[in-house]
Design a protein around this ligand. Structure first.
Ligand SMILES: C[S@@+](CC[C@H](N)C(=O)[O-])C[C@H]1O[C@@H](n2cnc3c(N)ncnc32)[C@H](O)[C@@H]1O
Length: 218
C-alpha cells in the first residue's frame, strides 16, 4: 500500500491516510468496509504490489503443476487473484482468499476468480490444515496497524513441502515490526529456505517502499 506521507496518491486519498493510522482489527474492518467499493479504482493507476508478487511467485516456482492451490491471505478485493488470472499461470491454479473485512470479500466474490472466500483475522491461527497449499500470498497486509510478523509461522504451516510464501512487508516496519527477525528465525530453524527479501516498489515506476519476502518450505 502506498505511503500517504510520501506520495501524491497517499496525500489525496483519505482512506489511505486512515489505513496508516490503524491501531487494530476493529478500526481496520470499519475502514476497509467503507473503502471496498472504490478501492480498486483508487489504486489501479499506481499500485504495483499485486503484480510484483505474482511475478515473484512465477519466478521461483520450481514445478509445473497444472493445479496449483493458492491461499491469498488478506486478499481484500482480489487484486492478487486478478493478476494470477492475467498471468502465465492462468487456468493452472485455484485460489482461496481470507480477509478480515466482509465488504472487501464481497468485492472479491463479484470477480468470480476465487474459489473459496472467508472472513479471517490473521492475527489468530489460520483455519486451514497443515500442508494444504502450494503457494501463500499476502500483499499489502503486513503493514502498519494491520497484521504482525507471527503470521509467517502460519503461512509456513499451511504450505506443503517445497511450497512458496510470497509476501510484501512495508519497509518502514520490516525491522522495527519484527518481520525480519521472524523470517530469519524460520530460516535458521531450517523450516524454510529464505529465497529472497528484496526491496521492491509498491508503486509503479518505483523500486522501494516494500520488502518482497519469498520463502520455500523445507
Ligand atoms: C491494503 S489492503 C490489501 C488487499 C489486497 N491484498 C491488495 O493488495 O489489494 C489490506 C487488507 O488487509 C485486511 N486486513 C487488515 N487487518 C487484517 C487482519 N487482522 N486479518 C485479516 N485481514 C486483515 C483488510 O481488510 C484489507 O483487505
Amino acid at each position: 500500500m502506498p505511503d500517504p506521507s510520501t506520495t501524491a496518491l497517499g496525500q489525496s486519498n483519505k482512506f489511505l491516510q486512515r489505513a496508516y493510522d490503524l491501531t487494530g482489527a476493529t478500526d481496520a474492518e470499519q475502514l476497509y468496509n467503507e473503502w471496498a467499493s472504490t478501492y480498486d479504482g483508487d489504486l489501479e493507476s499506481e499500485y504495483a504490489s499485486p503484480q510484483r508478487t505474482v511475478e515473484a511467485v512465477i519466478k521461483h516456482l520450481d514445478d509445473n503443476k497444472s493445479n496449483l492451490k493458492i491461499l491469498d491471505a488478506g486478499c481484500g478485493t482480489g487484486l492478487v487473484g486478478d493478476e494470477f488470472a492475467k498471468s502465465s499461470l492462468k487456468e493452472k491454479f485455484v485460489i482461496d482468499g481470507l480477509d478480515l473485512t466482509p465488504g472487501m470479500l464481497e468485492a472479491a466474490r463479484k470477480k468470480g476468480v476465487y474459489q473459496d472466500l472467508e472472513t479471517a483475522d490473521l492475527t489468530k491461527p489460520i483455519n486451514r490444515t497443515d500442508g494444504s497449499y502450494d503457494v501463500v500470498t499476502c500483499v499489502g497486509t503486513l503493514t502498519k496497524g494491520h497484521v504482525g510478523p507471527a503470521v509467517f509461522n502460519e503461512f509456513v504451516r499451511v504450505l506443503r513441502k517445497g511450497g512458496l510464501v510470497a509476501a510484501t512487508v512495508h519497509e518502514e516496519i520490516w525491522e522495527s515490526g519484527g518481520y525480519k527477525s521472524v523470517v530469519e528465525g524460520l530460516g535458521k530453524a531450517g523450516e524454510v529456505e529464505v529465497v529472497g527479501t528484496e526491496a521492491f516498489g509498491i508503486l509503479k515506476g518505483e523500486t522501494r517502499g516494500g520488502v518482497m519476502v519469498v520463502l520455500r518450505k523445507n
